[in-house]
Design a protein around this ligand. Structure first.
Ligand SMILES: [Zn+2]
Length: 372
């Protein structure tokens, strides 16, 4: 049997073909990309409500893709939030869903205007008035609710077992709950004192008192901090009075008219510092108890104890009522009005009342039947 001889060329061709196969296989394996995939740092991520600029990129540990399109995260929506990552390669696209949990865990903040509030006994007081703000960094200001039911959220309350008809020191509790149920409490002290024992003035929380249409402001009857202002009617009456004085040959200049609550705070505190509280209370009103805040009274002529003995002062005492004014703190009436004699301080009450008070030589307190 003749042995068939394989030619060397054929061997070489076979080896070349095998090598080409191997090379092709390597080429395919090396060029074959792994499937599109993404790995996250956590299984589920919790994000604080309202956090600004939270990027979906920050949730990703690694990925296999030519391109990733990242979703937006809405941190102003509380609860689980499904977001979708899009992975892309040349000819493939894959969507991967992921869940973030938006949580609001921040407690609201309660800010008081003052640590201690002082009111006079018998005065009504709104416990919430001392709350400057109850707000959440993300929810904003919480509304006041007088009486929320238990399962409600997004409010603040102020409550106390204070008996405002009795002198004492009480605690007012303020509670705030944001819209996600986060909770905060705070408290302040409410001091109920005799009105002549008040150290801070009225705190601006007293309602004005009118008797027969006439506003009474003295050490017992206060006015709110934002009450009063320039008074047109009283100011016009003053100009008429000054013109009347001029016609009689006198000059009665205006020294001080309307003064704001805040101005009175500074004035009273300065007097207390200089003369002590007891002395200051004889001639200066505590904030919220100053007639000057009403715009209805004026210091005119000269702030001088002897002004009443001068020709101008005498003319003023005799004629003020003709223009609707009274000498508000007459001589010898300190026990009634609460203030020393002030011949320069006139109060506008209208011509009828002023004339009656002048003729009866009484005080506004006596005329209205109230104490000072
Ligand atoms: Zn005055």
């Amino acid at each position: 049997m003749k042995k068939r001889k394989v030619r060397p060329q054929a061997w070489i061709a076979l080896i070349v073909v095998i090598l080409l196969f191997i090379a092709a296989a390597f080429f395919i394996i090396l060029n074959k990309k792994p499937a599109l995939s993404i790995e996250f740092k956590e299984n589920k991520t919790t994000i604080e409500y309202g956090t600004a600029d939270v990027k979906a990129e920050s949730l990703v540990a690694s990925f296999n893709a030519d391109e990733v399109i990242y979703p937006e995260i809405d941190t102003l929506k509380v609860g689980p939030q499904k977001i979708e990552f899009v992975l892309k390669s040349k000819d493939k696209e894959k969507k991967v869903e992921y869940t973030v949990e938006i949580k609001d865990t921040q407690n609201p903040q309660i800010t008081m205007r003052q640590e201690t509030v002082e009111i006079s006994v018998g005065q009504s007081y709104d416990f919430a008035a001392n709350v400057e703000s109850a707000s959440d960094a993300v929810d904003g200001a919480l509304p006041f609710k007088a009486d929320p039911s238990k399962d409600e959220v997004n409010y603040y309350t102020a409550s106390s077992n204070a008996d405002l008809t009795k002198v004492g020191e009480y605690t007012v509790n303020v509670e705030a709950v944001d819209q996600n149920g986060n909770h905060a409490t705070a408290s302040y002290t409410l001091k109920v004192v005799e009105s002549d024992q008040m150290t801070n003035g009225s705190n601006g929380n007293i309602e004005p008192t009118y008797i027969n249409g006439i506003l009474i402001v003295n050490k017992k009857y206060g006015i709110p901090a934002d009450f009063g202002g320039y008074n047109e009617e009283a100011s016009t009456a003053l100009e008429t009075l000054q013109a009347g004085a001029n016609a009689a040959g006198y000059d009665i200049p205006l020294i001080s008219g309307w003064r704001s609550y805040d101005y009175q705070v500074g004035l009273y505190n300065a007097y207390v510092e200089t003369d002590g509280q007891e002395a200051a209370d004889r001639y200066s009103a505590r904030p919220g108890f100053s007639e000057h805040q009403t715009g209805l009274c004026f210091d005119i002529g000269a702030v001088d104890d002897n002004y009443g003995t001068t020709p101008e002062g005498k003319w003023l005492a005799a004629h003020a009522h003709e223009y609707g004014f009274i000498i508000r703190y007459p001589e010898g009436k300190e026990a009634i009005t609460g203030y020393m004699y002030e011949p320069w301080h006139v109060r506008y009450v209208g011509i009828d009342a002023a004339t009656e008070i002048y003729n009866s030589q009484t005080t506004l307190e006596e005329y209205l039947g109230v104490s000072g």
